[in-house]
Design a protein around this ligand. Sequence first.
Ligand SMILES: Cc1cc2nc3c(=O)[nH]c(=O)nc-3n(C[C@H](O)[C@H](O)[C@H](O)COP(=O)(O)OP(=O)(O)OC[C@H]3O[C@@H](n4cnc5c(N)ncnc54)[C@H](O)[C@@H]3O)c2cc1C
Length: 421
Amino acid sequence: MEKYDIIVIGGGAAGLLAAGRAAELGAKVLIIEKMERPGRKLLITGKGRCNITNIAPIEAFLEHIYPNPDFVRQAFNVFFASDIIDLLNKFGVPTVIERGGRVFPKSNSARDVVDALVKYVKRYNVQIIQGARVTQVNTANKKATGIDYIHSNQTKTVISDRVILCTGGCSYPATGSSGDGYKIAGELGHTIVKPLPSLVALEVSDKNVKELEGLNLRNVTATVLLNNKKQQSLFGEMLFETFGLDGPIILSLSRFVVEKLQNKANKISINIDLKPALDEAQLEARLLRDFNTLGRKPIGIAFKELLPQQLISFFINRLGIEPFKPCSQISAKERQAIIHLLKNFEFEITGYRPFTEAIITAGGISTKEIDPKTMQSKLIENLYFAGEIIDLDADTGGYNLQIAWSTAILAATSATQQKNE
Ligand SMILES: Cc1cc2nc3c(=O)[nH]c(=O)nc-3n(C[C@H](O)[C@H](O)[C@H](O)COP(=O)(O)OP(=O)(O)OC[C@H]3O[C@@H](n4cnc5c(N)ncnc54)[C@H](O)[C@@H]3O)c2cc1C
């Protein structure tokens, strides 16, 4: 039976990089990948453009990571944004920096990133078995000794000194990341913090929201209300879907909302300030001026300058004002209601979209059971973790992939060093 120095389970972002680095450092490495090709999820990152990383300095970077940012500090000290940029450059992928410090391949093609990583592993003679699902990590005396996998309905065993588990989370399971690693690590005694969809769209109780499908709002502020108390607020862009709310600021708020929705007693809503640049007094002055100018014209017309066309009838319905009511007949109370709704366009949140639509998985292998200096399991010697399988997740902006890159390099380096000791 063939024996490897290191087996890497999962040929995604973390697995490819870990395997390449371990082999570059002299180890005999095997990747076992469930899908017919490695890097399936990487191909769909950044809407096919792959937001590789972010150039924010470490402290600012860590602010985007949950729930235990300090856990990756040492991994970031070993390998950070400039290192992955350099490595990809070396393998023929020049990069560009965009708004918010986001780094993309100059070609705008995630395929180029996957090809570069595959080139990296091939350069150092990493073997890849594709279309093979690892079912367990074998151990003896609390030490990893190899793995079992199923290929063409046959179970096979491979022996190795070290195992790096990088099977990802369970979001977008069609890419191969369907949570297998949690089961594998759980059977070895690891605690799995309940995986939850994150960076995910939210469902609302108001069924009429489907009228707003496709409406994109820019420069609005969304605030989460938990049991009527204001929590986090974000300014930026959002989108309406048939079921509810989506788009950048909603995805960023979703981590908090999904967690709070686990307690059925919590009442959660998202309050959209449609006019964050204007306070209530300024809005009142504006409405008075507009209503005065428009006189007997219907109220619907007054909203044309204030709101996107697609929003107007939905907004008037919420107000409960007759749409053809002349502006001159709008009472002071109705005017106050309009101002209130412009500043507090509220939706009760009843749920969230499933893992099939979530960009990232919150939860995973508890960081308490992984040594942050090496990424080695504290329970099973010679077993290492890297990437999304760990209980770490981050905002959009290239932060999630950097977690995968950095933990992969640290796991590969420590696994190789320990092997050579
Ligand atoms: C739509 C979408 C867009 C995204 N865009 C970005 C972005 O632009 N920037 C960013 O930073 N992050 C982005 N992310 C998140 C990013 O893709 C992940 O953080 C990253 O892929 C995690 O890397 P990983 O190697 O841990 O897991 P994955 O990339 O998921 O790789 C895990 C691999 O393990 C394999 N595997 C699973 N189980 C087994 C098994 N039993 N045996 C063998 N192999 C197995 C899987 O097939 C898979 O290839 C996006 C995610 C999604 C879903």
